[in-house]
Design a protein around this ligand. Sequence first.
Ligand SMILES: [Ca+2]
Length: 294
Amino acid sequence: MKQKTNQITIVLTLCLILTSLGLNTISTKAVASRVYFSAISPDKTGYAIDETVNINIKYKWEGLTANQTVTIQLWNTTELMETLGTYTTPYNISGTLTPSGTQTIQYTPTSELTTETGSETYNIKMLSGGIVVDTENLIILVADSQTTMSITWQDQNNDRIIDKNELVTFTAYINWAFVETTEAHSLYVNYGDGDKLLSTVTVTAGSGSQTVTDSQGFNTEGAKTATFTLKDATGTTIKTSTAKLTVGTITQENPTPTTAQTSIIGIITNNWPIIVIIGAIATAGYIYLNPKRR
Ligand SMILES: [Ca+2]
């Protein structure tokens, strides 16, 4: 009788084990319901002082069986700055069910994120029922305005020899970035006989470029200069660039830079604050992760 009881106990135990294994298999097959950030980024790689920041937030949801509303908050390192908004997953729209999906929404914070130059890290938090369910970093780079100007020239018959009274066409390439507000500038040229107003250059907010050309002949041989000066509305010099050339039967050494070369130089020059900041972050990270190397 005792032996039979033992057999029943073993069978029941096996049944329990098998049942729990079965339940585990079922529960791991079910997709956990969740809403989370799949990507967060500012709408620009760098901002001018006081420029408006837009934040692109991409949501994903999966395994939902009902609509889920989450609250999105902007935090600095220690405290809540503002609630950016709420987002309700469109699980059930007029009977069409989407248990998983993706949505991108842009938020414009009212908090001032661009008052100082440099790099600042913020946190974007997602809350559901008062509990933080996801957090992502948001890095905002703010840079001082940058303006570059380069000058190229081309003689009329393009043999790089400037004859007396041969017309030379000068081109000024002006590039700018991280400019706070649009402002009218003036471009002057001086061929050795005083400043001459060439053109108005509208330096637009953000980044941009403009080229200005002018032609000039020289009625004497020898060393000449063409100095281009960009001034703002108050008459303050923003940038000066000088082309040096020789009039007479001398082949000039410098080849004319192409527009492409100029723009690559411009890109590097215009983005140097970001390159420096990224380099500093990378170096700090390397030192932090490799303390034994110090
Ligand atoms: Ca020539």
